[in-house]
Design a protein around this ligand. Structure first.
Ligand code: AMP
Ligand code: FES
Ligand code: ZN
Ligand code: ZN
Length: 315
């Protein structure tokens, strides 16, 4: 197996590109793909300040590392979700990376800041943990990026993530979600710009990138992910990719290039005619008086306050 670029012994094959790469050329490929995504979708301009949402996993740490290498001014944001040991050790990986690179890591702990954690939030809302986790993270990301005056908030969503989300949205013809499934969401009143610079890399590549760069990351999956539909969609797409390399990329980029525009008219369809006004509690734009996050947080914090003394007595 020889590197496509320099013919030295290769360390990885990337079947999607029908090519093998040595270590330096694989790392260059990753950087180039991130740079290309940023340019292709006008995600960032030189010198802009970026807040990188880091979970402690391979994708977001690889993203932070590449953005630093590309010369962007970046800080990290870690959200403490209170999912037992998993959250503790994920935080340690994010902290270790920030310390090693001498970069600032903004930390927001859900329990300390909003009075609840994800397990309690899911119980009190009688919703799947991932849905509560998603609402909570989005709120914290938006707030932190706006309060810190960052130009954009970057997440580590990769090609596998985006293809799986697209697959789910198409299966159910979620036209509103399809309209918003973009690699860049421009800043709007009360929302920061959101970017996904890893969309040209698969998760096998981000894992290899971290290993080759010596970046330690959380290997465990979130213990609350069991039953998450996206895992099933990923498996289905992986099965297709095995027999037909490049399918995921064609599916996702084909959507962006040839189909996404057909759905733009569906954006905000269900809220048509309803004006957004600042949430009475947090100020985020919402069609109601109090936003969905604040309603969820209020109920979850009440449940947590009742559960906490019981837990303490039991420990
Ligand atoms: P997920 O929703 O878990 O698939 O994660 C998608 C992206 O959200 C990751 O690549 C990170 O950029 C970000 N993210 C996930 N969990 C956290 C967290 N606890 N703190 C900060 N960012 C996170
Ligand atoms: Fe859904 Fe962790 S809560 S993956
Ligand atoms: Zn090479
Ligand atoms: Zn609110």
């Amino acid at each position: 197996m020889k590197c496509r670029v320099c013919k030295a012994p290769a360390v990885i094959d990337v079947r999607r590109h029908n090519a093998n790469f040595c270590q330096p050329h694989f790392l260059k490929l990753c950087r180039d793909q991130v740079g290309k995504a940023i340019d292709q979708f006008a995600m960032l301009s030189p010198g802009e300040r970026v807040l990188v949402a880091v979970s402690g996993g391979k994708d977001s740490l690889a993203l932070w590392d590449v953005l630093l290498d590309l010369g962007y001014e970046t800080d990290g944001l870690y959200v403490g979700l209170g999912i037992g040991d998993y959250s503790e050790s994920s935080a340690d990986y994010a902290r270790a990376f920030a310390e090693d690179r001498d970069r600032r890591l903004v930390e927001v702990d859900l329990r300390e800041t909003h009075g609840y954690d994800i397990p309690t939030g899911a119980k009190s809302a009688r919703r799947a943990p991932c849905s509560v986790c998603g609402i909570s993270k989005r709120h914290v990301f938006d707030r932190a990026a706006l309060d810190g005056g960052y130009d954009a908030l970057a997440t580590g969503h990769n090609l596998d993530d985006e293809a799986a989300v697209l697959f789910g949205n198409v299966l159910r013809w979620e036209t509103e979600y399809l309209a918003r499934q973009q690699p860049v969401l421009p800043a709007r009143d009360g929302f920061p710009r959101k970017i996904k610079p890893l969309i040209r890399l698969g998760e096998r590549e981000t894992a290899a990138y971290c290993i080759l760069r010596g970046i330690d990351y959380e290997v465990e999956e979130c213990p609350m992910a069991a039953g998450n539909k996206h895992l099933g969609y990923k498996e289905a797409l992986n099965a297709v990719e095995t027999t037909s390399p490049g399918s995921k990329q064609q599916f996702y980029f084909g959507y962006l290039e040839r189909a996404a525009a057909l759905f733009t008219a569906c954006e905000g369809e269900s809220a048509d005619g309803i004006a957004l006004a600042p949430c009475a509690n947090c100020g985020a734009p919402t069609p109601g008086e109090v936003c969905a996050f604040c309603r969820l947080a209020e109920r979850a914090a009440r449940t947590q306050a009742v559960a906490a003394p019981v837990r303490k007595a039991a420990s």
